[in-house]
Write a protein of this length. Structure first.
Lengths: 422, 278
């Protein structure tokens, strides 16, 4: 498979002085500066390096043809700058990028629309600046209008459109260009649920047609659902590259190391006390393999290995804490029957059925409590494990074609009945 | 699928462009230039009551005023050509040329919203202004013919050469616009100062007076003014005035080639900075 996009050591530096007052430069300043240099015989100053801001620094990655790649990161991480450089709107300061194929980019709602012109006129104009010939636009015209759902408003000026209508039209034009590479920046944040569904569907079509999609999103759910690969940008640099689940968990988890399994026995510091020690934790899928990403329809098992070091009559209660990004608790689970255990190594496991958790990321805290004379917490390792639940959007509980975010920390399959009322 | 897109594009800090590459770029994107030009015209007269009629009204009213001031009051002789016809024919060409320079110089700033969001060759933008101004020129040309008929003058068949003059004026204006538009994007001073300089330039150009009105020892200076050559050519073609000399044309070509060469260099040099500093 060949590379659609190759990025090599790409850097983009903005001069803060250039955007702020002094060097935003009137001609007068520049000429005064030139005159001053001429009089003092100074060489042309490359000075003022202090005010540089590197929006991208040494970014390198490849995107294969046909991949859908999500770019995630905090505000100011350089996501939009990266897309701007790749769609040739602004030039990089250093490094290079190779792009194979025609690029259609949609960086902002209403890109290039002129408010005074009608929807019809803007379709032709927008199509032309995105690289289509007139007859090509004409051939796709009905499809574009139909997809955007603006047939009744074709001949009124765009300035009277709602932002949703503008957004639908912009996406529709860009998507119907049939670009080989589509670059989309966070446009799905606007628009109603129905249109988001159409957009996601269209992006899926584009990718399944062997074309490449690069998109920025803050919706981790849609990144997980759509992307085959993911890039995490942090302060202008690539912090992680890999499967969506790996990258999203890294992103949500902050600076620590997160994974579907964690070994606590070989660490320098023992986790636990003189009674019970934590050995390991693990997330496994239905086949028993360690997993970071779980299909929403499939069960998973959380396992915790621990060592009982001395005899005691206290009943041990292992407990798992399920926390969603942001810190809210999904739930805590403990076994039905606590056990009094002789010294030795044990594994506690908890099975979570398919069609129970919602899609998204979960952090699992591993803890051991015992009750004798009062309550003793032997260890509580917060966010010891992480996993990401992936919703394929088709065939999962509750969707029936709905593609927007399903709210809630769980999405269980429950018993329903629909009967004719008597 | 358009076939003009190259198979692989390399994005880097600064690219080397050749003249041939620039021309190919412009030609490949002529649809965009035309669409942008149409849009410029559409937008200009949108939500105006009489619409495109403004393109006719402006030179007509200006001609009326100039006729009153310079013919009725100042009695400037015009070599036997009725003053309204004389001034209208010159004014048309001058308005076209100055509009090309002004609009091309402002084209990047005006289209900031597009160039910061979509990629297409930026060289197109000043060109679109040139084309838009040409469309208005030809609309107003109809009025010139009407005014001539009113004064009992029949336009000479040479009028078919007018498009050539328009192309020549357009190329020169485009060259100047290429120099000014990226500078204007970075230093807005250009946009502020330009109308003033265009005003001065009009008086240095034989628009409202014929060159023969100027003392003979200074007339040769007008060969240095390419706009004067363009306007006199226009008058020679349409109303049968005297043709400019060979030297004038040589200098016109020199100016045009010079500005286009300089313009392409300046434009390409400043292009990477435009989006970040506009």
């Amino acid at each position: 498979m060949s590379n659609a996009i190759t990025v090599e050591n790409l850097s983009k530096c903005y001069s803060l002085a250039g955007t702020a007052a002094p060097a935003y430069g009137t001609l007068r300043d520049t000429m005064a500066e030139a005159a001053r240099r001429l009089i003092k015989r100074e060489p042309a100053s490359q000075a003022k390096p202090a005010e540089a801001f590197w929006a991208l620094r040494d970014v390198s990655f490849n995107v294969n043809e046909g991949d859908v790649v999500g770019v995630v990161g905090r505000n100011g991480a350089g996501k939009s700058t990266l897309l701007k450089v790749l769609s040739r709107i602004t030039a990089p300061t250093e490094g290079l990028a190779r792009i194979r194929g025609r690029v259609g980019s949609l960086l902002e709602v209403g890109t290039g629309f002129h408010p005074e012109l009608s929807g019809r006129e803007n379709i032709f104009f927008n199509g032309a600046i995105l690289g289509l010939r007139k007859h090509e636009i004409r051939a796709r015209f009905d499809e574009i209008v139909d997809f955007a759902g603006i047939a009744d408003f074709l001949d009124i000026p765009i300035k009277r459109y709602s932002s949703g209508m503008k957004m639908r039209l912009a996406f529709s034009v860009a998507a119907h260009l049939e670009p080989e590479i589509m670059i989309v920046d966070e446009v799905l944040a606007v628009g109603d649920a129905e249109f988001q569904k159409k957009c996601l569907g269209k992006m899926k079509d584009i990718s399944s047609g062997g074309r490449t999609v690069l998109f920025v999103s803050h919706s981790m759910e849609s990144v997980t659902s759509l992307c085959s690969r993911c890039i995490l940008l942090d302060r202008g640099q690539v912090r992680k590259e890999g499967t969506p689940s790996e990258v999203i968990l890294e992103y949500l988890g902050g600076d620590g190391e997160f994974s579907g399994c964690a070994d606590f026995s070989s660490q320098g510091k023992m986790v636990g006390d003189d009674h019970v020690q934590l050995l390991y934790g693990e997330i496994t899928d239905a086949s028993g393999k360690a997993a970071l990403e779980i299909d929403i329809r499939k069960p998973l098992t959380v396992r915790m290995g621990f060592r009982v070091k001395r005899r005691s009559d206290n009943r041990l209660v292992p407990n798992f804490h399920f926390v969603v990004p942001g810190g809210a608790y999904a739930f805590v689970s403990t076994p039905d029957v606590p056990a009094t255990l002789a010294p030795g190594d044990y594994e506690a496991s908890c099975n979570i059925p398919g069609d129970f958790l919602n899609d998204g990321s979960y952090f699992v805290g591993l803890a051991m409590t015992s009750y004798g004379q009062g309550q003793t917490v032997h260890f509580f390792e917060q966010s010891a494990l992480t996993f990401n639940v992936r919703d394929p959007l088709e065939g999962s509980v509750g969707r029936h074609g709905y593609v927007n975010v399903m709210p809630g920390v769980v999405r269980p399959r429950l018993m329903w009945a629909i009967k004719e009322a008597r | 699928m358009p076939v003009h897109e190259p198979a692989e594009v390399v994005i880097r800090a600064s690219a080397d462009y050749t003249f041939r590459h620039d021309i190919a770029d412009l030609w490949a994107n002529r649809d965009i230039a035309w669409t942008l030009a149409l849009r410029e015209i559409q937008v200009r007269y949108k939500q105006s009551l009489i619409g495109i009629a403004w393109a006719l009204l402006q030179p007509v009213l200006t001609t009326a005023i100039f006729t009153f001031v310079f013919s009725y009051l100042a009695r400037i002789p015009t070599d036997g050509i009725p003053y309204p016809v004389f001034v209208f024919s010159g004014l048309l060409m001058w308005q076209y040329f100055s509009r090309v320079v002004g609009d091309a110089a402002g084209s990047l700033v005006k289209n900031e919203a597009i160039i910061t969001k979509v990629f297409f060759p930026r060289l197109i933008l000043p060109l679109a202004s040139t084309v838009a101004a040409a469309v208005e020129f030809f609309i107003a040309l109809v009025v010139l013919v009407a005014v001539m008929l009113l004064y009992g003058m029949v336009p000479s068949p040479l009028i078919v050469l007018v498009p050539l003059v328009v192309v020549a004026a357009g190329l020169l204006g485009y060259g100047i616009g290429l120099v000014l538009s990226p500078l204007n994007a970075i230093y807005r001073d250009i946009g502020i100062a330009l109308p003033f300089f265009i005003q001065i330039a009009m008086y240095l150009t034989p628009v409202i007076y014929p060159i023969t009105f100027v003392p003979a020892q200074y007339q040769w200076l007008y060969a240095l003014n390419p706009a004067a050559t363009l306007i006199d050519t226009m008058r020679a073609i349409v109303v049968g005035a005297a043709w400019p000399g060979f030297l004038n044309y040589a200098l016109l070509i020199l100016w045009t080639v010079g500005f286009l060469t300089l313009g392409l260099r300046v434009f390409r040099k400043l292009e990477p900075a435009i989006v970040d500093r506009i």
